[in-house]
Write a protein that binds this ligand. Structure first.
Ligand code: FAD
Ligand code: SF4
Ligand code: SF4
Length: 399
């Protein structure tokens, strides 16, 4: 029997309602976007608009950073400031989110933040599957009426479905802030992967896949270690290191959030922490207005085109998703010096800004389409949203 996909979103951990009701709302049974997008926006994304097909429905997009970044946040801390301001303005009674585990800097615990101190403690990434929705039941039990949920796309898909399907949360007004999310990890894999990437895993405190085609790892002493994507050990090319649920994820940019806050299309500049903001709903605009005066704003930049880069990698991606004949090796296929040289060239001639966001969304959509096609074919029709096959066709890739 094939295993059911699950991203441990946390809904099924609630004691406030039966598990067999939670699973009815599972995105891995119901599929991505489609009806959920129509319910939220009154329509699905346009299939005639190449930008909306990738980035989802938005009313405004721009890049920005906080004039006074939040110390210890992932980037400038826009999300943490939105949550704090919404709490200060009494728009919300609590935040359904995460805090760091006491025993591992990169691991999470669910958190219902009900004070400014607790909201501050939720900042920063926990790059592992995280049961954000576990605190929804606690919020209900405590009678909270207005809640902000900060989550990845799987959290928001499941929660929006659950709110509509059942009455448990009907007294609650819920606002949402979304993070873009991809390449997340199971806790059981995280340490092994970090050890294979970093020269000093014990001191690593911050890790991100960056727009300069390198992974940046910040260490406790502020050193930034940079590892080019091209020089990762061969064994990290194995799709088996990622949770099967994340390889079947088709909403990188969190299209059901009221506002999505990432960094993908932001300009990568030394000593700056530019982020990318996608305002999707009226509620998202209201949340943004709370921190408007704290922001330095910049328009999106970069050329849209990235077909050359996608075409140069798609064939290899498809073969890998089919399953490799040769075993994965611990060595790097490309030495670090050459990887840095390639990343350096691509940083100059490759896609930037919205072009990089375009490249990264298409790359992951293609990778996930073929993962599901070859490894979970019974789920292809349910999971892949309408725009998926159209993007493949744009590149002449087989369905
Ligand atoms: C696994 C992962 C992959 C990501 N990939 C991308 C990417 O490719 N492109 C991109 O633009 N952005 C990505 N992000 C989001 C990005 O790293 C930042 O979180 C985002 O830009 C917000 O920055 P900030 O300074 O405003 O966040 P902060 O103010 O530090 O707030 C971050 C919020 O996210 C919550 N959070 C942290 N980890 C998780 C998690 N695992 N699940 C749910 N909520 C979480 C925190 O609890 C906190 O509330 C990713 C995040 C994660 C966890
Ligand atoms: S992803 Fe969430 S809703 Fe789906 S099975 Fe896992 S915990 Fe339950
Ligand atoms: S990659 Fe997708 S399924 Fe995995 S945690 Fe992120 S949003 Fe959820």
């Amino acid at each position: 029997m094939t295993k059911t996909l699950c991203s441990s979103c946390g809904l099924c951990s609630n004691r406030e309602w039966p598990v067999d009701e939670s699973v009815q709302s599972c995105v891995f049974s119901n599929g991505w976007l489609g009806e959920r997008e129509r319910k939220l926006f009154g329509r699905e994304r346009s299939l005639d608009d190449p930008v909306e097909m990738r980035f989802g429905i938005t009313r405004e997009r721009f890049t920005a950073q906080l004039k006074r970044p939040v110390e210890g946040a992932q980037w400038s801390g826009i999300i943490t400031r939105i949550a704090a301001r919404a709490f200060e303005e009494k728009l919300i009674d609590g935040v359904v989110t995460l805090r760091r585990s006491p025993d591992n800097h990169f691991f999470s615990q669910p958190l219902l933040a009900e004070t400014l101190e607790q909201i501050d403690a939720s900042k920063g990434n926990k790059p592992v599957l995280s049961p954000v929705l576990a605190s929804l039941g606690e919020a209900r039990r405590k009678g909270l009426r207005r809640v902000l949920v900060i989550g990845a796309a799987c959290h928001l898909h499941v929660m929006r479905d659950f709110m509509e399907r059942y009455e448990y949360l009907k007294e609650m007004e819920i606002m949402t802030v979304g993070i873009p999310c991809v390449d997340n990890l199971e806790r059981s894999q995280f340490n092994r992967v970090l050890e294979r990437i970093s020269d000093s895993p014990a001191t690593a405190e911050h890790m991100e896949f960056m727009q300069d085609f390198r992974i940046h790892i910040r260490h406790r002493d502020s050193r930034i270690e940079k590892v080019p994507f091209f020089s990762l050990p061969d064994e990290l090319a194995d799709p088996g290191i990622f949770p099967p649920a994340c390889m079947a994820c088709f909403d990188y940019l969190n299209s059901l959030a009221d506002i999505t806050v990432g960094y993908l299309a932001g300009k990568l500049l030394p000593d700056q922490k530019r982020q990318w903001v996608l305002v999707r709903t009226e509620t998202g605009a209201k949340l943004l207005s709370l921190i408007e005066r704290e922001l330095d704003r910049y328009p999106e930049f970069g050329k849209w085109e990235c077909a050359k880069q996608i075409r140069s990698t798609a064939g290899q991606v498809i073969e890998t998703m089919k399953g490799r004949q040769k075993p994965y090796r611990p060595e790097r296929n490309i030495p670090l010096w050459l990887g840095h040289a390639l990343a350096g060239v691509l940083s100059v001639v490759g896609p930037k800004g919205i072009g990089f966001a375009h490249y990264s969304t298409d790359y992951h959509l293609i990778r996930h389409y073929y993962y599901v096609k070859y490894r979970r074919p019974e789920l292809l029709e349910t999971l892949v949203p309408r725009h998926g096959p159209l993007i493949l066709e744009e590149y002449g890739l087989p369905l």
